[in-house]
Design a protein around this ligand. Structure first.
Ligand code: BF8
Length: 676
């Protein structure tokens, strides 16, 4: 009998995800069904069979030492009177949850900033003329940022200011930038890019980051067993560390990528799995650091490689992106993203992916198992990110012979084209998009070349056509329905005349669902925002790039403050932040620097704070008194957007711009009267 029971158990069919229930995207649904037909498990199925740990979800599992893990779940009946929960050492639920939260901030900051460091180091090689493969494509950006590093761009000769030697400027900036990760004293150079009251607040609070590595290290020290036991003091260090990300490592990643690869400007592209082509060699770049992918784009466009592809019977080479390397290639070259974070396995399951090239971050280890079922060459390229499976090829990138590495990879993909199996299925779905916005292009489109400022945007916010601005960013999460919260939040915001700035996987999701074209304004926007978008020809959702490019959102907000009429600090602006489907530690670092920069920031899904209600209250309420920004969490996407809109309205009221203004058409006599 026992044996029979056992057999029955084994024979039970494995639980699988329902494609329509786990994604709103038809391409994802089709490919998931195909994966299930082929018996290949994906993250969607694994999310069904593995449930998350309830105590970890609450943020109150402490595994900082070998006496634990100490688990401090909230009692089912709640807490009446004193909260007596404590770990073996006496750590309270607040301390445990704050330490876990802080370690996420440290990990997120480390990831973005190590990416920034790698880019800055490549730039140093360029400035030292050690590589021919990379050059300076945007000298303007370099001259723009040089003063923040204390590097002069002019030199006085006989009482006259003359342009300084450009190579000298480049080298000095590169050396100063690389030092930002470990300089022994002082503060990060970019902090003074923030509006003055914001910088002064951080200074008064003693939260100016000293150097990037130190702030990450200090979190690791403070949160190890028996050190910082005051949740407010831990959160303070979270701020200092996260600022070294947003106003440090991430901002430098953005800037030096712009300097070397060119500052993005709006361009046309497409998005979703349907960008792959059956008769082309398909190469997918995935990860976050774009240094090698830049070379892959150049190699794939070279006559030599195109001819070689033709000789193997391919009609061309189709590049596509996943995650933020995809966003980087999109914003500078128009390379279409094949999908978001959750679609990475599906790209291979099309059977048409001849090579997937990965660098760092957000890469599933299961890609190697999926690749085993197809002809796909899975290539890791970064010394800090290898895979244990033996079908994975490692080609380590080196900036000194970057083009050689890139050509080797592209050649490998072309050679693999003829090895495709019979199971090729590329979903038809794709959407067009306009991407590649940045601080300057917003200025150009909304301010005009003549004005060259954010004045027109501010004017439209003041007159109420644009109710406010929202930064909606971040990941997909397999615990929520793929893209549903992203799209619902964004649609609700633009319906209510809120202009949306997007990055990361939210940007890809918005592109896939057709929200990144000027034409969508008429369909989805409130009348005010629709009028502005139509007049200047921009989409109501502006794609600003990858997750390190959230620094562009900080700088855009700073430009709005500078343009005047909307307060003196980011905290005064009718603006809010959101990550509807977050999953990465990087999102927590971003959230903390948004909050500490004065932005009300709402996360979807859940936050690992429910087990520590006092800490939660501190982050969701008290931080507003300190920074003007605070955290919030709302899984329901409509309520999520409505909370952001309520905050925007609160700020409009504080600014005295909450009443609809009558639009008066002035004639010449009226104007003359005004001038008099
Ligand atoms: O850095 S949004 S899933 S890809 S972590 Fe990863 Fe999240 Fe996507 Fe970009 Ni950002």
């Amino acid at each position: 009998m026992v044996e029979e029971e056992k057999k029955e158990k084994v024979a039970k069919p494995k639980k699988m995800a329902d494609p329509a229930a786990v994604s709103i995207d038809p391409a994802t649904q089709e490919m998931l069904a195909q994966a299930q037909k082929l018996g290949i498990d994906t993250i969607f199925d694994r999310a069904v069979t593995m449930r998350p740990c309830n105590i970890g979800m609450q943020g109150t599992c402490c595994k900082m030492c070998a006496m634990g893990p100490c688990r401090l779940p909230l009692p089912k009946a709640g807490i009446e009177g004193e909260d007596t929960r404590k770990g073996l050492c006496g750590a309270t639920a607040n301390t445990v949850a704050a330490r876990n939260f802080a370690r996420m901030v440290a990990a997120g900051t480390a990831a973005h900033s190590d990416h920034g460091r790698a880019v800055a180091e490549v730039f140093l090689s360029v400035a030292r003329k050690e590589t021919d493969d990379y050059t300076i494509k945007s000298p303007e950006r370099l001259l723009q940022i040089a003063p923040y590093f204390g590097v002069a761009t002019t030199v006085e000769v006989d009482g006259e200011q003359l342009d300084r030697d450009f190579d000298e400027i480049a080298l000095e900036v590169a050396e100063k930038a690389v030092a930002e990760w470990g300089k022994p004293e002082g503060e990060l150079c970019y902090l003074k890019r923030a509006p003055e009251p914001l910088y002064e607040r951080w200074k008064k609070l003693g939260e100016l980051p000293r150097n990037i590595d130190r702030e990450v290290v200090e979190i690791m020290h403070r949160t190890t067993m028996g050190v910082d036991q005051d949740y407010k003091n831990i959160v303070k260090q979270c701020t200092r560390c996260s600022l070294s990300d947003g106003w440090g490592g991430s901002m430098m990643a953005t800037d030096f990528q712009d300097v070397m690869f060119g500052a993005p400007s709006p361009l046309h592209s497409e998005a979703n799995l349907g960008i792959m082509k059956e008769d082309h060699v398909n190469i997918i770049v995935h990860g976050h650091e774009p240094v090698l992918s830049e070379m892959i784009v150049a190699a794939a466009q070279s006559r030599e490689m195109l001819d070689y592809a033709a000789s193997k019977g391919a009609k061309g080479i189709q590049l596509g992106g996943i995650c933020c390397t995809g966003n980087e290639m999109l914003q500078r070259h128009g390379v279409p993203p094949a999908g978001t974070f959750l679609q990475q396995e599906l790209v291979i399951i099309t059977g048409a992916c001849d090579a997937m090239v990965v660098d760092v971050q957000c890469v599933f280890q299961n890609l190697a198992n999926v690749a085993k079922c197809f002809h796909t060459k899975l290539i890791t390229t970064h010394p800090i990110a290898k895979m244990e499976q033996d079908n994975v090829i490692h080609i380590e990138f080196d900036e000194h012979h970057a083009m050689e590495d890139a050509k080797r990879i592209v050649t490998m993909a072309i050679d693999n084209f003829e090895n495709r199996g019979a199971e090729v299925m590329i979903p038809k779905h794709k959407a067009v998009q306009i991407a590649g916005f940045g601080v300057e292009s917003i200025k150009y489109h909304l301010g005009g070349t003549f004005r060259g400022s954010y004045y027109t945007l501010n004017d439209n916010i003041i007159n109420g056509r644009v109710r406010g601005v929202a930064g909606v960013v971040g990941c997909n999460n397999a615990r929520t329905r793929h893209n549903e919260a992203h799209i619902t939040v964004v649609k609700e915001l633009i319906k209510n005349d809120v202009l949306v700035l997007t990055t990361g996987c939210n940007g890809i999701a918005c592109a896939m669902h057709g929200l990144l074209t000027p034409e969508t304004a008429q369909v989805f926007c409130g009348p005010g925002l629709a009028e502005v978008c139509e007049t200047v020809g921009i989409p109501p959702v502006l794609h600003l790039g990858s997750c390190v490019d959230n620094s562009r959102i900080l700088l855009a907000a700073t430009e709005v403050v500078k343009a005047g009429g909307l307060g003196k600090d980011i905290r005064d602006l009718p603006a809010a932040g959101s990550a509807p489907e977050w999953m990465s530690e990087k999102a927590i670092a971003i959230g903390q620097y948004f909050v500490a920069s004065g932005v009300y920031t709402v996360f979807g899904y859940h936050m690992p704070l429910e087990g520590a209600p006092v800490l939660k209250d501190y982050l969701y309420k008290e931080l507003e008194n300190i920074y003007g920004g605070m955290w919030d969490c709302e899984p329901d996407p409509i309520k999520h957007a409505q909370k952001m809109i309520a905050h925007i309205d609160k700020k409009r009221k504080e600014l005295g711009i909450d009443k609809a203004r009558e639009r008066v058409l002035m004639d010449m006599a009226d104007r003359q009267a005004l001038e008099a």
